[in-house]
Design a protein around this ligand. Structure first.
Ligand code: NDP
Ligand code: OXD
Length: 308
């Protein structure tokens, strides 16, 4: 019997208990899934950073912590978490992110806000085709790559940027510091899908925002610290950046007095770009436990040195 502790928010239990149990049976795993195992008997922890568990010390025989979240910045610095940590790569989460990013790119591309505000005037302005609108995706991991591929299929010329070099069909791939300059230099729309690590903090700052063409738009479903907020507000004020859609913030919920809320050229969404889906993610969790049990390498293992 494999003891699995469910340690996401207690109210998520109802959503996850049945899909996880079904996925364990399908994978042929004999699992006792609970929220209240004695810590010293737990083999695997299904985890979310907004749950109640923060001290992993008593989980002395735990083989791995399996995060339901893609972003692991809140947990990677936890000194008591000494066992392997896997982040979530879930087809349901990815599909949601692709839909959200594509929708917001299309809002900017077609200037949908202009149409909505022009209901009393006949002043035609035909938008360019996607093929005339360069889009840059910062981060070419599970989510960035999926978004970049969909945007490419819609006809946008897409440039992507990552830490390590990549070759992806149809995408102009850039990497490292020099690659960031190239990636931003013609980007009319920039999408941030980087993890929050010491190396990615303030990726968009006064210097890099200035590399973008005047009137560029920014979409950030990655993490708040990827953007220097003061630099973005200054770039919005002088019109260098025309608009920003921000889903994630340094402090969440975004404080009521934050200038983003009232800014006419900022759309705030409350960290809803994409959510892990129970049925699809349960299969990923089950596969990782199967791997753990037979000694195969875990999927989506976090590299603590890199921070993601
Ligand atoms: P991945 O780990 O799969 O991909 C991360 C990408 O960022 C990789 O391409 C990586 O490069 C690149 N990267 C990391 N560090 C650097 C760096 N210093 N310079 C350049 N590129 C870098 O993550 P996911 O795609 O799964 O998720 C991305 C982020 O999206 C999550 O970390 C989370 O913060 C956010 N997220 C937000 C959600 C929301 O609802 N708003 C929902 C889910 C996730 P390389 O390929 O070379 O390793
Ligand atoms: C995640 C998120 O990291 O929801 O999964 O932001």
């Amino acid at each position: 019997m494999i003891n699995v502790q469910f340690a996401a928010r207690p109210e998520r239990w109802e959503t996850y208990a049945a899909p996880l149990s079904a996925a364990f049976s399908e994978a042929g795993l004999d699992v006792d899934l609970r929220t209240d195992h004695a810590p010293e008997t737990v083999d695997y922890i299904v985890y979310a950073p907004n749950g109640l568990l923060s001290d992993f010390t008593p989980y002395i025989q735990c083989k791995a912590v399996l995060s339901l979240w893609a972003g692991v910045e809140k947990i990677i610095t936890n000194q008591t978490l000494t066992m392997p940590l896997c982040r979530m790569v879930d087809p349901g989460l990815t599909a949601g992110m692709v839909e959200w990013v594509t929708g917001h790119v299309m809002r900017y591309h077609l200037d949908i806000d202009r149409s909505i505000s022009m209901q009393d005037r006949w002043e035609p302005e035909v938008p360019p085709l996607a093929m005339e609108r360069p889009v840059t995706v910062l981060g070419l991991g599970a989510l960035g790559q999926a978004c970049a591929k969909t945007l490419t299929q819609l006809g946008f010329p897409v440039t992507g940027w990552s830490r390590s070099p990549k070759v992806i069909d149809g995408i102009s791939c850039q990497h490292a510091d020099a690659g960031l300059e190239t990636a931003l230099s013609n980007a009319e729309i920039v999408v941030l899908l980087l993890p929050d690590t010491p190396a990615t903090e303030n990726t968009l700052n006064a210097r890099t925002l200035a590399l973008m063409p005047k009137g560029a738009r920014i979409i950030n479903p990655g993490r708040g610290p990827l953007i220097d907020d003061d630099a973005l507000l200054a770039a919005l004020k002088c019109g260098h950046v025309a608009h920003a859609t921000l889903d994630v913030f340094r402090v969440e919920p975004l404080p009521a007095d934050h200038p983003y809320w009232a800014h006419p050229n900022v759309t705030v969404t409350p960290h809803i770009a994409a959510e892990t889906r129970a049925i699809t993610s349960a299969q990923v969790i089950a596969e990782n436990i199967r791997r753990g049990e037979v000694g195969e390498p875990y999927l989506h293992l976090v590299d603590r040195g890199l921070g993601y």
